[in-house]
Write a protein that binds this ligand. Structure first.
Ligand SMILES: NC(=O)c1ccc[n+]([C@@H]2O[C@H](COP(=O)([O-])OP(=O)(O)OC[C@H]3O[C@@H](n4cnc5c(N)ncnc54)[C@H](O)[C@@H]3O)[C@@H](O)[C@H]2O)c1
Length: 312
């Protein structure tokens, strides 16, 4: 893919900044768009072409027409479930109208086919499915405005295909962890645990800790995103390991890596949290040739090492 141009939205964020690194090393010329609301400049290489802008800003369309990208990787989002419950209008403005603003920019570029890779959430799209692991035929039933706003864009993409021949792939992520994840958010239990344990702070597990999520290392996710870009199939593609891991198990492995010996304190469960979700990624295996490579143990070790370096 050398010589290709890409726009990455949310470039300074956790997942997108790893994608930026990968695209640059693969020879892409990359422009980032990010308002730095949760993303950090420190996540990006020096001299990176970052346009500090809200995804809803009309200027975004001008950047698209200036860059004329071969690929747009759309990861900028309001990602907090609880903020979405408090402020669903703002959540939809960023996640729905922001995406449409971007797509309108792409639509206005003449004589060029741009491929969009849309990164969304499988963990929140399926709600609490009765059959696990959930594959892409599982009925979607989001339980939060965030889940609904991210899902809404999946229905717009084929519409844009009809409107202007937009080429796209949809990636539905499970729970992602790795270096650069924000430990101050509400999600990202690995980052929260690692940071608290390494700083000697006490931490609370909401509920009994037997709830299960599907943890995928960020490097594997980047690999799936790049494979989707290179493939003509739209998906949606689940990106998960097919296995659930309990919060108690994550606590145990992160504690081992951090040398943390205190037991977990358990608090009341958080309302709205999904109890068990893990994703069947057979389709991504068959159509994209993607399977996760990094074991949970290796990924957690790398992540804890990174947090330790940050604290040092
Ligand atoms: N982390 C996960 O486990 C996970 C799971 C499922 C889906 N996702 C999706 O992956 C994407 C990246 O998530 P992440 O975990 O890296 O989160 P993140 O918060 O680190 O990244 C989001 C980025 O978007 C930027 N942003 C937010 N609002 C913006 C706006 N209005 N205009 C411009 N930029 C804005 C932020 O500054 C940040 O850099 C999101 O689309 C999210 O929905 C993440």
């Amino acid at each position: 893919m050398a010589g290709k141009t890409a726009i990455v939205t949310g470039a300074a964020g956790f997942i997108a900044s790893h994608l930026v690194d990968r695209l640059i090393s693969d020879g892409y010329t990359v422009t980032g768009i990010d308002d730095l609301s949760t993303g950090k400049l420190a996540n990006l290489p020096p001299d990176f072409d970052l346009r500090q802008l809200d995804i809803r800003d009309p200027e975004v369309r001008k950047i698209v027409s200036e860059v004329r990208p071969d690929f747009v990787f759309h990861l900028a989002a309001q990602i907090s479930v609880s903020v979405s419950a408090r402020e669903p209008v703002m959540d939809a403005e960023v996640n729905v109208l922001g995406a449409l603003n971007l797509f309108e920019g792409i639509r206005a570029v003449e004589g060029k086919t741009t491929k969009v890779v849309y990164v969304t959430s499988g963990g929140t799209a399926y709600g609490e499915p009765s059959v696990l692991p959930a594959d892409e035929s599982t009925p979607v039933r989001p339980l939060s405005p965030y889940g609904a706003s991210k899902l809404a864009i999946e229905t717009y993409l084929p519409v844009y295909e009809r409107l202007c021949g937009l080429d796209y792939s949809i990636i539905r992520l499970a729970n992602i962890y790795g270096p650069r994840q924000d430990p101050h958010g509400e999600a990202g239990v690995v980052a929260i645990f690692a940071r608290a344990m390494l700083s000697g702070k006490s931490l609370t597990i909401f509920g009994d800790g037997n709830d299960e999520r599907d943890y995928v290392y960020v490097g594997d996710v980047v690999d799936a995103i790049v494979k989707a870009a290179e493939n003509s199939r739209p998906g949606p593609f689940n990106v998960g390991t097919g296995e659930g891991t309990s919060t108690n198990r994550i606590f145990e492995v992160v504690a081992e890596n951090c040398g943390h010996t205190d037991d977990a304190v358990h608090g009341p469960p958080r309302p709205g949290d999904v109890n068990r979700i893990y994703l069947d990624a057979t389709r991504a295996g068959k159509e994209l040739g993607w399977t996760p490579k990094i074991t949970l143990e290796d990924g957690l070790k790398t992540t804890v090492d990174w947090f330790r370096q940050q604290l040092d």
